[in-house]
Design a protein around this ligand. Structure first.
Ligand SMILES: [Zn+2]
Length: 316
């Protein structure tokens, strides 16, 4: 596995390595989270692992690994509104593009075919985007299009406006009746941005964006003013204002929970000598893990926040 991914997503890297080793990788995957370039890197790395002619080691230079790193492999295709176009539409993945993909599936192939569906633009990057791009480049992989005039290929999440219902529906049969040697990967910020019919036929994986030390937890201060004393009657308004903050700032609920976890860890450090507060803090940190599991089980964010808020109000 690629080192950057191993460091960033140790659990997922391990999971995928094992699944590929045992030939049990699901044929349709959804990656979701806010760092789409990291998702794109994961998709290419899976394509490399699936096609490597040797043992899949990071520095392997077999023909397939080399082509995938250069993003020129004939069987590993990025499908976006600006990549692998077969018609003149510029704002969507068109039905024609999907049909082109489906046509290629008719013939057998020696390769494991991987189709990566995302949104993408050629653009000048913000500072934050530059960081994501630099991390991707340092992995040794290349984007599907070279930079020109300072404009860089930059992926974003697929959604129902750039991947129409008609185009998505054209794919359903292939996703429903998978043939071996084919993997579809959809990259998105929020899995609810995809059609329910695709979600229900795919395995979804959350790729968190930032490492703990990078969380900006300042916004949480006002919510935790009275912590560890926290009144049960404030729980619902606490949950509602967290939800509002998340929606207003276009954040993932997982990210908000991670911020809470990071914030509680800071509190633990600041109160390291107070045993009863420490116990309360770590009990609440444990609860954040459970909140994340609830989100993975598709429980509504509001319910997750409320459940967490009532837990905060508990005395231990
Ligand atoms: Zn190789």
């Amino acid at each position: 596995m690629n080192k950057i991914l191993e460091e960033k997503y140790p659990y997922l890297s391990n999971f995928f390595k094992t699944a590929i080793g045992q030939n049990r990788l699901f044929h349709s995957l959804i990656f979701y989270g806010s760092n789409i370039y990291a998702q794109y890197l994961m998709a290419l790395e899976l394509a490399r692992q699936l096609n490597c002619l040797e043992d899949g080691r990071e520095d392997c230079n077999c023909r397939n690994c080399k082509w995938i790193r250069e993003n020129k492999h004939p069987a590993v295709m990025t499908i976006s509104k600006i990549d692998n176009k077969t018609d003149s539409s510029k704002t969507v993945i068109s039905e024609e593009q999907v049909n082109m993909v489906l046509d290629t599936l008719v013939n057998s192939s020696d390769y494991h075919r991987v189709y990566i569906f995302c949104n993408a633009d050629m653009k000048e990057l913000s500072r934050c985007e530059e960081e994501c791009y630099a991390e991707f480049k340092s992995s040794g992989f290349n984007p599907p299009q070279e930079a020109n005039d300072e404009k860089i290929w930059y992926p974003s999440g697929i959604n129902t406006s750039c991947f129409s219902t008609v185009a998505a529906n054209a794919m359903l049969k292939s996703i429903e009746e998978p043939s071996s040697g084919i993997t579809f990967i959809f990259l998105t910020s929020n899995k609810e941005d995809l059609l329910q019919t695709i979600i229900s036929r795919s395995q979804a994986f959350y790729l968190p964006d930032k490492k703990t030390e990078n969380y900006n937890t300042d916004f949480l201060q006002k919510y935790f003013v009275s912590y560890p004393l926290f009144k049960k009657e404030n729980a619902l308004s606490f949950a509602q204002s967290l939800l509002n903050y998340q929606l207003d700032n276009n954040l993932e609920p997982e990210y908000v929970i991670d911020c809470i976890q990071a914030y509680l860890l800071q509190l633990a450090l600041a109160n390291a000598t107070n045993k009863s507060i420490i116990n309360k803090i770590f009990s609440d940190i444990e609860k954040t893990q459970k909140s994340k599991q609830m989100l993975k089980a598709y429980i509504k964010e509001q319910t997750v926040y409320e459940d967490f808020a009532f837990y905060l109000a508990k005395r231990i």
